[in-house]
Write a protein that binds this ligand. Structure first.
Ligand SMILES: [Mn+2]
Length: 339
């Protein structure tokens, strides 16, 4: 538990107590830290007697998360499909910037809507009124565990499962260097509350489809090398997804993470053209101390963490590959010449 969490926990609770109708959302291409965190908070707020609305945001929530308690309560609306006048508080979780609330159009908060951000992205620019942004945490769900503990909230097995899946995923299954002794202590607490937590993980991991496998084949077959063969880029076009009947929701496998496992491929990039003229770009690095990929993603309008970051570009696939190579060259001019 950090000083920042301890300092802001009472202020955030104060605002929650004042609110009646609270809005929660999932960020675009939501991961379990987003969905699990939102569902955990929803359950906590409901036991406090609040009316809570959870929306899916821009993207469909992957069905592989459907074992999460409360999943069925997520309304299939994006930010622009809700009537904000119905809410007095918007709790924004695991969302590194205001442009990560929705990419459909610029998000503007009406003056009556109180906004609180709870996040762990280093690139977060403190866009809300109260910002609990602590990049020392590997997952937003771990911040939530600490907040709930300070607030004296009873963590039920249902809440514990939601938090565990978020922490498990954002730490790469407790493998990433962001995993700390506190993370493991929190996980141990959660495992005591929900001893069958592994079933949620197994459900997520074993929810594949033929399209997911076909996507991995396409993505791994498309790798090109740049910058002295230290930058590996996988790029999959919208046409090839259509040809193989691969749905947008089937393109989630972390290809960049596989690429950066190759010795010498210092940065792995996954580019997917998920609609004509729109590409999703994810970055992973095997050495976050040398190559902070959040700097590269930020220079392209995105954000994230040192070891894992992303951006969305409204360009063609070829143009996106060019822009990524240029961004790496300009942020790290020495990249192509070093190992
Ligand atoms: Mn996260």
């Amino acid at each position: 538990m950090t000083d920042l969490v301890q300092k802001l926990a009472p202020q955030i609770l104060e605002e929650i107590k004042k609110a009646k109708n609270i809005l929660l959302h999932c960020h675009p291409s939501p991961d379990p830290d987003s969905v699990g965190g939102v569902l955990a908070t929803m359950q906590v707020l409901e036991t406090m007697g609040k009316k809570v609305t959870v929306i899916k945001g821009d993207s469909e929530v992957p069905l592989s998360f459907r074992a999460l308690p409360g999943f069925e309560k997520i309304e299939r609306k994006n930010f622009f499909e809700v009537d904000l006048s119905e809410f007095d508080l918007f709790l924004i979780q695991d969302t590194g910037g205001i442009n990560q609330i929705s990419r459909i159009a610029p998000v503007v908060f009406p003056s009556f809507l109180k906004t609180i951000a709870i996040d762990h992205h280093a690139t977060n620019d403190n866009f809300a009124e109260i910002n609990l942004v602590d990049p020392t945490y590997p997952a937003t769900c771990q911040i939530l565990f600490d907040l709930f503990t300070i607030w004296n909230v009873k963590i039920t097995p249902e809440i514990a499962k939601c938090l565990m899946l978020g922490i498990f995923t954002d730490t790469g299954g407790f493998r990433f260097p962001t995993t700390t002794p506190s993370t493991l202590r929190v996980a141990a607490n959660l495992a005591e509350i929900a001893p069958d937590y592994t079933s949620i993980i197994a459900f997520m991991n074993d929810s594949s489809t033929p399209g997911v496998i076909a996507f991995q084949g396409l993505a791994l077959g498309s790798v090109t090398l740049h910058c002295g063969e230290h930058l590996a880029v996988s790029a999959v076009s919208f046409n090839s997804l259509q040809e193989k009947k691969i749905g947008r929701e089937e393109t989630f496998p972390d290809i960049a993470n596989i690429l950066k496992s190759v010795i010498g491929w210092e940065i792995g990039v996954k580019i997917v053209e998920d609609q004509p003229g729109g590409v999703k770009v994810s970055f992973r690095t095997r050495d976050a101390k040398k190559w902070d990929v959040s700097k590269i993603a930020t220079s392209l309008g995105g954000g994230g963490h040192k070891a894992a970051a992303a951006c969305y570009l409204k360009t063609s696939l070829d143009e996106a590959v060019k822009k990524v190579v240029e961004a790496v060259d300009s942020i790290y001019p020495e990249f192509g010449r070093r190992v």
